[in-house]
Design a protein around this ligand. Sequence first.
Ligand code: SF4
Ligand code: SF4
Length: 233
Amino acid sequence: MALDLRQNKYADVPWEEKERLFEEVKSDMRFHHALYGCYECGVCVAACPSARFYDFSPRVIAQAVAREDVDLVYTLMNDSIWDCSQCFSCDRCPRHNSPGMLITIMREVAVRNGLETAREALEGYGRIIYKIMSTGTQVSPDMLQPNAFPDWGPHVHHISENLEVWRRALPPETLHTTETGWAVSDKTIIELYLIWHMTGVMDMIEEVDEGLHMILVDVMEERLEEEGYDVSF
Ligand code: SF4
Ligand code: SF4
C-alpha cells in the first residue's frame, strides 16, 4: 500500500510522545554529523536501491527531520525506516548529509522505545540475531535453507544440498563446519557479550523480543560465569 504522507496516520498518538521520540533522535551524538540541512535535490533518492523497489525516499526522511515535522517523523519512524537496506549509498549527498545514518538513529529509538512497528519489522530476524549474538559470527552456513530464502532462486537448492562439500573447499579458519561462519576466540566472545550488556543492546533486544532476550541471557550469563564475571542482565 502506498504511504500517504499527507495524512496524519498516527493522529491518536499524543504529540508530546512524538516530540519525546524526536528529541531522543536529536540527542544522539551522531545526529549532527548526519544532517546539515537539505537542498531537496534528490541525489540520495537516485542513489538509493530501496527507493527503486519500495515506496520509500531518503529525501523525504531528511526533509522531515530538517523541518522538524514531528508528526511526519513519527509516521516515517513507524512506516518507512525499515525499508532502508542500510547500504549508505545516500552518503553521496552534496550537503554531506547521511540519510542512512538518520535512519539508523531512528531505528534505534524505535527499538529502544518498543514501538509495535519495530517489533513487527524485526519479528522474522530472531533466529539470525540469536546466531550472531550467541556465537559472535555472522549468519552460519547451515541457515542457508531454500525455504528460508525463496527469493534466492533455484541456485540456493544446489548450494544447500552440497553445503559440507562447499565448506571443505574453504580456508581452515572457517573450521570447515556448517554451524558457524568462522572461529571466534574466547576473549572476543566474552568482550562482545560485555559490550552488548554495557551499551544497552540487550535492553533493546528485550524491548522487541522478550523470548529471544531470555534465551540470549541464559547463554551469555553461563559463559560469563565460567569466565569469572558476575553479570546480571
Ligand atoms: S539529503 Fe542530500 S541528497 Fe538527499 S535531497 Fe537532501 S541534500 Fe539532496
Ligand atoms: S542507506 Fe538506506 S536510504 Fe541510504 S541509500 Fe541505502 S537504502 Fe537508501
